[in-house]
Write a protein that binds this ligand. Sequence first.
Ligand SMILES: Nc1ncnc2c1ncn2[C@@H]1O[C@H](COP(=O)(O)OP(=O)(O)OP(=O)(O)O)[C@@H](O)[C@H]1O
Length: 645
Amino acid sequence: MSPAPALAPRPSAQQLREARHQLLDTGAVTAGLIDPALQASWQRSRAFGLAPRGRMPGMPHASAAQLARALEHRHALVSQARPVMEFLSEQIRGTDSIVFLADSQGMLLCALGDDGFAERAARVALRPGAIWHEQWRGTNAIGTALVEEAAVVVHGAEHYLERNSFLTCAASPIVDPAGQTIGVLDISGGRRSHHCHTLGLVRSGARMIEHQLFEARYGGGLQLRLHTRPEGIGSVTEGLLAVSEDGWLVGANAAALAMLGLPRGMIGAVTAERVLGIDLAGLLAASGRTPRLLRSLPREDGGALWVRLDTGRGSALAVSVRPVAAPAPAADALAALDRGDGTMQAVVARARRVVDKPIALLLQGESGVGKEVFARACHASGPRQARPFVAVNCAALPETLIEAELFGYRPGAYTGAGREGSPGRIREADGGTLFLDEIGDMPLALQARLLRVLQERQVVPLGGGQPVAVDFQLVCATHRRLRDEVAAGRFREDLYYRINGLTLQLPPLRERTDLPALVDALLQEVAPGQDMQLAPEVAAAFGRYRWPGNLRQLANVLRTACALAEDGDPAIGWAQLPDDIAEELNRPAAGRELHDADTDLRQQAARAVQQAVQAAHGNLSEAARRLGISRNTLYRKLRELKGLA
Ligand SMILES: Nc1ncnc2c1ncn2[C@@H]1O[C@H](COP(=O)(O)OP(=O)(O)OP(=O)(O)O)[C@@H](O)[C@H]1O
């Protein structure tokens, strides 16, 4: 039960049975008989009205459709966890054990491991779809790890329900970069398969998943990597901090919080400079001169903390970190988006007229056309440029989490809420810009709450408390036609008028006339100073192609091509292009005129998605990369395809 139980002598099954009887009879256990954490968990199980013996009727179990929906909602977690689960199941092969991933409510999402044991486990509902929250199953590794917010082992008769006493289980919570517990990694096996290193395995596995989640969310931005040893930087044990372009701490992993002695609730509430006591702008400038520069910071205990600043693709953003000298001239960030296409020119000109006014912007356009890039440029070109830019993807989170993420919550406001509470993204955006991506996917109940915030300009965290005044510029984006959503009753009309001070429609790449200039600019960005160019036949094929993933796809293709190019290659020809895109560009259909009919477009999109998923052998991250769209967008498209079928 305790976080390091391998060293503590565990009570025998007989002692445990006696202790449980005592608990049931008297409501308490003689001190010292069992671990206090186990006793607390048993007390909770008892308070839930669970009977240790016999069958428990009415246990909740998700239907296949509910499980599929849960997997969809937790797509980011599941896809980052999958490779780690495969790795762990290799390590425990032949030990009568299974690796499980559960969500923050204890619902088992997926399992990998020994088929023979899976059958036995299924008899006690240890299989995907079952809910192993303590409320339903009493003391068990998954449910107890969620309550304790720590890695635990629950062995044999320590399980509150006697029918589970043939199991030995080790579980570790998985915490996202914002400090929220979003799931649990667990290894369960037959009691005899108990091994004292299993807890270490799941704990390391959970850290690996957290690392991946962090990289996926903040890999392109400003990151600080920390370790007590210089060689630990870059390893799975490093501490990670994500810093917004104006210097606020917006994400952290558990290792970083432990190294800095910071509670999770400080994420979003302090600047990196305050946390580390460093001059971030100075470090940024020094890291620009000497990439991968390591700095050591003295610690209170006399030791040192090693720090490396990585700017990712956010290096351009990083120049606005306070107190870097003069901000860029007001219109520059927007001007950089104008590469000569007439439609873009007009859109940029209209945006420029309103960026210094409190007018809500609504950006519409296909996935990957650069809506977020455009929103950031508006922020960087406006009077709030020195304050935070906070982006929230309304399609990426389940309804309950968006609510907490946006409005914040008080400690213990809902099951799974962190102990520290959170100010919420709206408050983080105070003084700056709040960017609500995929606003068309926001559930109706939340639309009502958002409308109230926009009308009253104050926010009340989940769980109650005093309203807090907020002041932010609102920019929303969606790939949907919001007017149609309003007509269909899926989007509130009053909210539509609130967020739509000015609508700007960003053109798809295939309709832009500035492709060569965009390619040059992107090549400069991904291979600075190398003077890379496209070979004429490739440039011509690029011009004919319809770029379903728009600028995101183009940027990915060029980035990969530059990486594949050898020193001395004069230009990007067919040989430097990834095979899948070369094949796409050479397909006769790539050059054909587009049909206008909506259904035809949808069929083409469906085919492209199916082909990419097949080519990536079902790996959705890889398929999204091939298509040049985000994983969220791919997920949405798969959902739409299911709806069409
Ligand atoms: N003006 C630009 N110049 C260079 N690259 C760009 C530009 N706009 C977008 N990109 C590239 O396209 C990627 C996707 O852009 P962005 O996230 O802004 O698109 P989006 O329209 O918000 O997509 P989605 O609807 O899928 O969220 C960026 O990460 C960047 O690589």
